[in-house]
Design a protein. Structure first.
Length: 185
């Protein structure tokens, strides 16, 4: 019986270590573990750095879309990125009468494909340093990769740096960014 208890304890440690290693590949975001077997929305709701983005996704009615099969690449602005917008912008966008505009802005952060940072770097290199891509919202983003850093530039010339790359999701990937990307208005 004692030998069984010792083997069971050793087995538990191995299983625990393997489970930790399986999740160690995904970076923490907003103080929360991100699980590759959960959807973009199911992970994002746990990030304390993305409460504004989650509120905006809910207000825009995009929860079911971002829980869908995908694949999606989401450039996810932090709360600080939203706070850097002119005063009152976020509050105004969250009003029901501005849903169409909010949907346009949010979908300009989503590409209808799975693009890891290495993929972005390869595409940018193949295109002479900048890869242009259309978003789900019809915006055109310019993706650059240099020195291990990915930069995303919107149609207005505003550049956002990817601060946390390659957060794998069951339906795509999230790249955390430090600015809100805006469509040409």
């Amino acid at each position: 019986m004692r030998r069984f208890a010792t083997l069971f304890a050793a087995g538990s440690i191995v299983v625990s270590a393997l489970a930790t290693a399986a999740y160690a590949q995904n970076p923490m975001v907003g103080g929360a573990a991100m699980y590759a077997n959960k959807t973009i929305v199911d992970n994002a709701v746990n990030s304390k750095d993305h409460t504004t983005l989650v509120a905006a996704v809910k207000a825009a009615g995009l929860v079911d879309t971002l829980r869908g099969a995908g694949p999606f690449t989401v450039f996810a602005p932090t709360n600080e990125a939203f706070a850097a917008l002119p005063a009152g912008t976020v509050e105004t966008l969250l009003k029901p009468g501005n849903k169409e505009k909010l949907v346009k802005i949010l979908t300009c952060h989503v590409i209808g494909a799975r693009a890891m940072a290495a993929d972005v770097a390869s595409m940018a290199k193949a295109d002479g340093g900048t890869h242009k891509v259309k978003t789900v919202g019809g915006c055109e983003l310019s993706l650059k990769a240099a020195g291990g850093k990915v930069t995303v530039t919107d149609e207005n010339g505003n550049a956002a740096d990817v601060t946390i790359a390659d957060v794998e999701q069951s339906n795509g990937v999230i790249h955390v960014i430090d600015k809100v990307l805006l469509p040409k208005m």
